[in-house]
Ligand binder design. Structure first.
Ligand code: PLP
Length: 378
């Protein structure tokens, strides 16, 4: 089936008990055995739950892979993946990753002696200098947050394969509609389903996806062992959100293009970060590896923190809040909000200065969004 049909139908059969068209919420911790050692497919919700399975089968179909595990948050997805590694291993990670990812990887480095090399992956030719016999994986996040730098996924996964490393892609920013990392050579994909997949800012969730029997088994083992599994009601909400993923992503992108063009022409804006702009240095790569350009736009203004503050407080429709990917538009300040946990030094190295403002473009009428930014900038 096509991607759009799969968003609505994959993993979702008519309910076997009563024929309900929508997946029931199996809000049950345990399931009755029919005989010793004989269940109807589920025994205990940490190990498996029918509502969670529907979501997992759905997301696996969208990413085009063999296995998905649905977990409590995006961070739980990343923490689960980190349990594939052990003491002494080394991991290469893109330096302008999500702030929470940087914090988790630094914590793991401190507590478990897993060394993390934060480097720019924008130029893949610099990667090999950081690979040694202890290196186990390359962590890719593209487009990056908040500067919308792209990583050439095919080029980086080829280097990983050559050296026997796992390549892991955080695909949260584009969703599987706009980018399909397994087709570009990834071994593992993670999502914060909190963002575009759910799309309605009413749940936190995550998913880890894989496409080989060996990794599939390890991930299922880890979710059951660590207890990072998502709850049935949360799974139901995400499953419901995904049904409108395609029309939402189209609207996010239409609006993001219009907002980016408006900001690009505004005299107070010194820089706009959006891969859909022809002036973006990696516009061609975006066209090559993505179906679309997504709904995230960042920009910079001159005038320092005071000017930034005026804009953040000046918008009426854009709400000043972290997170992204919901139907409503948000504005935020990476240096003090989403990327505060990264630390000033790491932010400076990644080029995230205090003048950067990040927008998550919702699906409101674009004229209203532009009018709101125009009055806040005035
Ligand atoms: C939000 C986000 C995460 C973390 O997800 P949570 O659901 O908030 O735990 C990880 N990666 C990226 C790219 C994100 O945007």
């Amino acid at each position: 089936m096509s991607f759009q049909t799969d968003t609505i139908h994959a993993g979702v059969g008519p309910d076997k008990a009563y024929g309900a068209i929508m997946t029931p919420i199996y809000q049950s911790s345990t399931f009755v055995f029919e005989d010793i050692g004989k269940t109807r497919g589920f025994d205990y919700t940490r190990s498996g739950n029918p509502t969670r399975k529907a979501l997992e089968d759905n997301i696996a179909a969208l990413e085009g892979c063999s296995c998905a595990v649905a977990v409590t948050t995006g961070m739980a997805a990343i923490a689960t993946v980190m349990h594939l590694f052990s003491h002494g291993d080394e991991i290469i990670c893109t330096d302008d990753c999500y702030g929470g990812t940087a914090r988790l990887l630094k914590t793991i480095q401190e507590h478990f002696d897993i060394r993390i090399h934060f480097i720019s992956l924008v130029d893949p030719s610099g990667i090999e200098a950081h690979i040694n016999e202890k290196t186990k994986a390359i962590w890719i996040e593209t487009p990056s947050n908040p500067l919308l730098n792209l990583i050439d996924v095919e080029a980086v996964t080829a280097i990983a394969r050559q050296h026997g490393l796992l390549s892991i892609v955080d695909n949260t920013f584009l969703s599987p509609y706009n980018q399909q990392p397994f087709k570009l050579g990834a071994d593992i994909v993670v999502h914060s389903t909190t963002k575009y997949l759910n799309g309605h800012s009413d749940v936190v969730g995550g998913a880890v996806l894989s496409n080989s029997p060996e990794i599939d088994e390890k991930l299922k083992f880890l979710v059951n062992t660590l207890g990072t599994c998502a709850q049935p009601f949360d799974c139901w909400l995400v499953l419901r959100g995904i049904k409108t993923l395609v029309p939402r992503m189209k609207e996010h992108e239409r609006n993001a293009k219009l907002v980016a063009a408006f900001l690009d022409a505004h005299p107070k804006v010194s820089h706009v970060y959006y891969p859909g702009l022809e002036s973006h240095p990696q516009h061609e790569l975006a066209k090559k590896q993505q179906r679309g350009f997504g709904g995230m736009v960042s920009f910079e203004v001159d005038g320092g923190i005071d000017e930034v503050n005026k804009i953040l407080k000046g918008t009426k429709l854009f709400a000043l809040a972290e997170s992204l990917g919901g139907v409503e538009s948000l504005i935020e300040h990476p240096a003090t909000m989403s990327h505060a946990s990264m630390g000033a030094e790491h932010r400076a190295a990644a080029g995230i200065n205090d003048g950067v403002i990040r927008l998550s473009i919702g699906i409101e009428d674009p004229d209203d969004l532009i009018a709101d930014l125009a009055q806040a900038l005035a």
